[in-house]
Design a protein around this ligand. Structure first.
Ligand code: GLN
Length: 329
């Protein structure tokens, strides 16, 4: 594993030094376990660790295994939610999926008792509903729509890992159960199989930490990829997406995350975490060892350290955050 790699543009030396320090401090963290409930994920080398920062003025800085690919898994939920908002409008999406933290595990079989809808789009029940809505609108074009927009946000054409997709498809009984329950409460409509298939495929998209940083920077730059200048996401949809990432993105750790880190983020069981410092930068981390809530252990530590090092918490009282961008100028 190399400790320091590529950069495009010329990030400020203080940023480079800070990033190296954070990387080195997190590297020694070896707690947690690689996900095994999707059998193919168990084959991931546990030691990998990548870190990437992408700014809204198109600068990139990476450390470690920032080019190693892994499946996006639940990180996809944030971006497909953004796309559903654009496609169907906020009211229609809200009729099907709430925006309330659930306080439950990501794969919990539970709906909001008041509305009988999934609590939010960042847990499996909500994300499967979002896939059902996208499928309802676009039918067989749905997958290409998702893949194309994710690719535009990353700035390169992404592809699906067939082994991971197949692995999840054959073992995804719990997600199938959730899909069928969604039919019983009217949150989704028949046919549910194509919606589940879209969900499994979107979770199996291969990305690396650099892609996640660029995708995050696209959200930070209110929908325009700062490296390609391409408009990728709808502005109003980005605002709602970041709000839900802030309150629900780290599952039943979201409250702690909001206090400790204070950066809208989304994690996935592939070991990735994307974070968005609004109007400043996107952060991508990758390390496959997870805690018992399904969040990357090194990812959590890296975000915590980055937030402290650069003053990135949304409510940082010294307002260090704006200093961060100024220092890059
Ligand atoms: N595809 C995974 C699942 O549905 C995604 C879960 C996750 O990343 N938390 O179980």
């Amino acid at each position: 594993m190399s400790s320091s790699t590529a950069s495009a543009g010329t990030p400020h030396p203080a940023i480079e030094t800070g990033l190296t320090d954070v990387f080195e401090r997190c590297r020694t963290q070896t707690q947690g376990k690689v996900a095994t409930y999707i059998p193919e994920l168990a084959t991931m080398p546990p030691e990998q660790f990548g870190l990437a920062l992408a700014t809204i003025d198109g600068k990139l800085s990476t450390r470690g295994d920032a080019d190693s690919e892994f499946t996006i898994q639940s990180v996809s939920k944030a971006f497909s939610y953004c796309l559903a908002l654009e496609l169907l409008g906020r009211d229609e999406v809200l009729r099907h999926v709430g925006v309330e933290p659930s306080g439950d595990a990501f794969n919990a079989i539970i709906f909001d008792p008041r509305t009988e809808r999934p609590f939010n789009p960042m847990v499996n029940a909500g994300a499967i509903t979002i896939c059902a809505l996208i499928y309802r609108e676009l039918k067989d074009d749905a997958l290409e729509f998702v893949l194309d927009r994710f690719s535009k946000a990353a700035g390169r054409r992404l592809r699906i890992s067939d082994p991971v997709y197949r692995s999840e498809c054959v073992t995804g009984h719990r997600n199938r159960a959730i899909g069928h329950l969604l039919l019983t409460v009217g949150a989704a409509r028949e046919p549910i199989e194509p919606a589940l298939d879209l969900y499994f495929k979107q979770c199996s998209i291969l990305v690396n930490a650099t892609d996640l940083a660029r995708m995050g920077a696209t959200l930070a730059n209110i929908g325009q990829n700062p490296f390609t200048q391409e408009s990728v996401f709808d502005v109003a949809a980005v605002r709602d997406t970041l709000s839900v990432m802030f309150t629900c993105g780290m599952y039943d750790y979201s409250g702690n995350w909001a206090v400790d880190v204070g950066i809208p983020a989304k994690s996935g069981v592939g070991g990735g975490v994307v974070g968005v410092v609004n109007r400043q930068l996107g952060i991508g981390t990758f390390s496959p060892r997870l805690d018992d809530k399904g969040n990357s252990v090194r990812g959590l530590k890296a975000f915590q350290e980055l937030a402290d090092e650069f003053g990135l918490h949304a409510f940082e009282c010294t307002n260090y955050g704006s200093e961060f961008m100024r220092s890059l100028a």
